[in-house]
Design a protein around this ligand. Structure first.
Ligand code: GAL
Length: 986
């Protein structure tokens, strides 16, 4: 998300979900694209990120690498690393020399923003999953120590952490060690992974209803204890979604596609959101978003399983994934990095957001959990429930009040069966069989529940509650306790009292009745969770009994305290029911000021101290208040969504120019880089007389052009080339001006050897000067997950070529063009990876302000009628009113007429879409406000590379809103969008 003024929006959403910390990677390659020249210009400036986190009251965990993985090109390494000798991710001197400048520079910046200096950073992670090693290599302790020293020398004082790829004891010298395990389906050779990992549901979004049978990575806990027997169970990455790629099943570790990978691309992020949906997080739920009817059966199984192992540091990867805009991604992913996360790419909230909110808020008010240990990690089948189809872990507070958390789920996580059970639990009042007032509890399919025993909620002592606790808060001396279950479920909550003077429980609101009983010194309340029922227990307790949909509507907000960390307050909670999102509360005298977002006309219930809520405003406007019989406030707010006019892209005036002049006979490439290296340090030694790896000449992103000059003998019948660009890449070949053909690409091939017929070209006569032009795609560099493999150096370019026929024809000169300036890139605002090597990109045609007055009219939906590259420009104005959040996307449809083309979409110079129509699957490309100018002119540019002889066109092209929300978010400030300036011809 390059729009810095939108960071606050994301942080606030995460904070309101109940989380307190965000971990973030820093991408070295984008900051130091040329060795020794580090830049924080434009979106790369991290200070607004730190400031927004602090403003939202979010702590940060920095993960600056130097290696990050993260589905980024080269796993975050700079492109120049591909021609730097020596093994990376080792203590090799050349690698040390490469990273030390970056680490000290970023280290200084992080240090200035760490909590000891008043900033939000509380942890810094060194390296990333330094866990797997190339054959013959192992953990390099010198490298690890060098990094630790460098971080400390840069001034990092907060604990340094490390995320082992699975609990295997790597990098134990850091201050806080954490473990996660790789997906067992990765069947990696260097380390068998005999259990469950932290991406336990895998990455196959094409089969979102297929679950691993075992949800619980139980072995993880003991494997972890082996290395960290007394520390907290840190899970630095737990599956928050799934990446999706050109390949249906992409193995991020082996960088290959499985056999089931189809030739077309992945299945799209809506499927990933189902795969790791609310059920994954919890269990059954009422459907909130329209992803599928299957949501009716969803369950939170995996996160609660993780919590059954006293996981006190739980980081979800990703909570917001965003966009692989402008060349950021590696070849395993397409433009969207939505990840199926709780917060979607367009910053809207998925149903799972609300599900996670229930769990996070529960943990936040359950300090007893922090000192728990799981008592029966393995012996969990049938225990406490007597039902062999269920497993239950007793998670016991071992130092406090012996609060118990009983995590119940299916033995077979993929089961959809309805299981009935009673709980036999040890409590401070002896062993009890629950429900005590008769009946049975139910676990419906993919679900999991946390039942509490001897749980403290303010001055209330819950002897137990089978209804799950969403939150509790003591407000005006009264304990407000919010419990929930699935609609129609039977539950029981028992209050324990010190005296025999047991108060009455009365329903004060809602349609459901309750059954009560007094057993010894406790009041047992049995109820059905349907809708909302409010029960007064004596005068000191208000019990909200909710079904899941109603629980989703609750927000727990904390007014700011004082001082520079005022927004981190966790005292004086205020409960608000209603609203698509509540962002903040503030108390000003007797007025409670609420800010939030709405997507429907909304009824509110507000539970706040009476003296601080005589008046209540929502987004600055007073609410008309009513008081309930039990002393809370209600109100409602009409939705106001002004309609807007969006341009019809297809009827705009478009200008077009040929973006492949390189094939013209008059084209002169003398200014291009001559590819004349005869040696390379690249581990892949070239099969060509000169090195034809674009990276060796400083071109690391986007499209690459090659021109090979030769003198024909007249007898060549074909040209064979093996070109490599990464999964889903393609290339096209011309002899002089004649199109020879393309490898159109598929989701599987990272390189392809094609043979192109020269006999039909008519140009080959003995002694004629000829040029072979190859236009190839560069899908990003491979990652380097396996340390000391140097996989990221896997070249992009021509691995081999030869003439068929022709005796001894040789290419005398090879020329190469990539992004304008290569590592000395000129667009220092939009960064080093944003533009590629197409002629139009080199000339800056994608930028606002380029004078296209002399161009012809022509649009991308008309397209071109032969193989080649067309470039298209148009402008339009947006006028979106303030106070709304209307995220937008560029939406294309496929053209079956011209099935093979590759397009890039540039919005105000930022590349926000790379579309390969024959592979897909992405057809909707979100473009954030701030890249789109919502109040003024916009420049939209499209490159269209037709890979077939018949040309190509976009089937359709539109700008659409993806959501409409009334918002209180801070006004968006556009990212800088510098205009075109003349560039020398290339
Ligand atoms: C982890 C890695 C992350 C990301 C994730 C998969 O192993 O640390 O950077 O690549 O896998 O999305």
């Amino acid at each position: 998300m390059p729009v810095q003024s939108l960071h606050l929006d994301l942080f606030q959403k995460i904070k309101s979900m109940g989380f307190n910390t965000v971990s973030f990677y820093v991408f070295w390659g984008i900051l130091e694209p040329k060795q020794g020249e580090i830049s924080f210009e434009g979106f790369r400036d991290l200070q607004p990120w730190f400031d927004a986190a602090k403003q939202a009251g979010i702590y940060l965990m920095a993960r600056p690498g130097p290696y990050i993985n993260a589905e980024t090109t080269a796993g975050g390494f700079p492109g120049w690393g591909t021609y730097t000798p020596g093994l990376w991710r080792s203590s090799n001197t050349t690698y040390f020399e490469a990273w030390k400048n970056y680490v000290s520079t970023i280290g200084n910046i992080l240090a200035a923003n760490q909590i000891t200096n008043g900033g939000p950073i509380i942890l810094v992670q060194s390296e990333n999953e330094y866990t797997g090693f190339a054959p013959g290599y192992s953990e390099d302790f010198v490298y690890e120590a060098e990094l630790l020293t460098a971080w400390r020398d840069a001034g990092i004082k907060v604990p340094i952490t490390f995320n082992d790829g699975y609990p295997s004891g790597h990098y134990l010298s850091v201050d806080m060690w954490g473990g996660l395990c790789l997906n067992p389906w990765f069947s990696i050779s260097f380390s068998p992974c005999p259990g469950y990992d932290s991406y336990p549901n895998g990455f196959d979004c094409s089969n979102p209803y297929t679950w691993a049978p075992y949800a619980v990575p139980e072995w993880l806990f003991y494997a972890y204890l082996e290395y960290n027997p007394t520390g907290p169970n840190n899970v630095y990455e737990f599956q928050g979604g799934s990446s999706d790629g050109w390949c249906v099943v992409y193995n991020a570790i082996q960088r290959t596609c499985s056999l089931t990978c189809c030739l077309r691309g992945g299945s799209g992020y809506d499927s990933c959101a189902i795969l790791i949906g609310p059920e994954f997080e919890r269990g059954r739920s009422q459907l909130r978003d329209a992803h599928s009817a299957y949501s009716e059966h969803l369950a939170t199984v995996f996160y609660k399983n993780e919590l059954s192992m006293s996981t006190t540091y739980l980081n979800l990867y990703m909570i917001y994934g965003g966009t692989n805009w402008g060349g950021i991604g590696h070849p395993g992913v397409y433009t969207s990095y939505d990840y199926g996360s709780a917060i979607a790419e367009d910053r809207t909230l998925r149903e799972k957001y609300y599900e996670i909110k229930l769990q996070a808020n529960f943990l936040r008010v359950s300090p007893a959990y922090l000192t728990t240990r799981p008592m029966n990690v393995y012996s969990n089948q049938g225990v406490f429930t007597g039902n062999q189809a269920l497993v239950t872990t007793q998670v016991l507070d071992v130092v406090g009040n012996m609060t118990g958390f009983y995590v119940v789920r299916q033995y077979n996580a993929s089961s959809n069966a309805m299981e009935m059970y009673t709980l036999t639990l040890p409590t401070s009042s002896g062993n009890l069989i629950i429900p005590q007032l008769g009946g049975q509890l139910a676990l419906d399919g993919k679900d999991s529940k946390i039942h509490v025993v001897d749980y403290t909620a303010g001055s209330s002592h819950l002897l137990y509650s089978t209804g799950e606790i969403m939150t509790w808060a003591t407000i005006d001396g009264r304990d407000v306790i919010v419990v929930y279950g699935n609609a129609g479920e039977l539950h029981e909550t028992a209050f324990k009292f010190n005296s025999t003077d047991i108060p009455y429980a009365n329903v004060v609101s809602g349609t459901q009745s309750i059954t009560t009983g007094t057993i010894n010194s406790s009041l047992v309340i049995q109820y059905t969770t349907s809708g909302q029922t409010v029960v007064e227990v004596g005068s000191n307790v208000l019990l909200y009994i909710l079904d899941r949909a109603n629980a989703y509507d609750f927000w727990v907000m904390y007014p700011p305290s004082t001082g520079s960390f005022e927004n981190y307050s966790t005292t004086n909670p205020i409960l608000i029911k209603g609203g698509y999102l509540i962002r903040s509360v503030q108390i000003s005298g007797r007025t409670l000021e609420i800010t939030g977002d709405l997507n429907s006309t909304t009824s509110f219930e507000i539970i706040a101290p009476a003296e601080s809520s005589r008046e209540v405003t929502f987004n600055g406007e007073p609410l008309a208040l009513e008081t309930t019989s039990y002393g809370t406030l209600t109100s409602s707010k009409c939705l106001s969504l002004p309609s807007i006019q969006l341009p019809d892209l297809e009827s705009l005036t478009w200008k077009t120019a040929d973006s492949l002049p390189e094939i013209n006979s008059t084209y002169i490439d003398t200014l291009w880089t001559t590819a004349d290296h005869t040696t390379t340090v690249n581990p892949t030694q070239p099969g060509t007389p000169v090195v034809l790896y674009a990276g060796d000449y400083g071109y690391h992103t986007g499209n690459i052009l090659w021109r090979g000059h030769f003198t024909s003998t007249g007898s060549e019948t074909g040209f064979r080339a093996n070109v490599q660009g990464g999964n889903a890449f393609g290339y096209s070949v011309w002899l002089n001006q004649t199109f020879l053909g393309s490898w159109v690409g598929d989701a599987i091939h990272a390189n392809y050897e094609g043979t192109f017929n020269l006999t039909g070209t008519g140009g080959l006569v003995n002694g004629s000067q000829c040029v072979i032009t190859i236009l190839q795609d560069h899908m990003g560099y491979e990652e380097d997950w396996v340390a000391a493999s140097d996989d990221f150096k896997t070249p992009r370019g021509i691995l081999n070529y030869s003439f068929v026929g022709g005796s001894g024809t040789e290419i005398s000169v090879w020329k190469v063009a990539g992004n304008f300036g290569g590592e000395s890139y000129v667009d220092t605002t939009r960064g080093p990876l944003n533009e590629g090597g197409l002629y139009g990109e080199r000339m800056g045609w994608h930028l606002p302000g380029f004078p296209d007055g002399s161009w012809q009219e022509g649009s991308p939906t008309t397209g071109i009628s032969q193989a080649g590259v067309g470039f298209y420009r148009t402008t339009f104005t947006l006028d979106i009113p303030a106070g709304v959040d209307y995220p937008m996307a560029l939406v294309v449809s496929n053209s079956t007429m011209n099935p093979y083309f590759r397009s890039q979409f540039y919005v105000n110079g930022y590349q926000f879409g790379k579309y390969v129509n024959s592979i897909g699957p992405q057809v909707s490309f979100p473009v954030p406000q701030g890249i789109l100018n919502y109040n003024g002119p916009n420049t939209l540019a499209v490159s269209l590379w037709a890979q077939g002889a018949d040309g190509a066109r976009l089937g359709s092209f539109a700008l659409e809103t993806t959501a409409m929300v009334e918002t209180s978010m801070t006004p968006v400030v556009n990212q800088p969008m510098p205009d075109w300036t003349p560039r020398s011809a290339t």
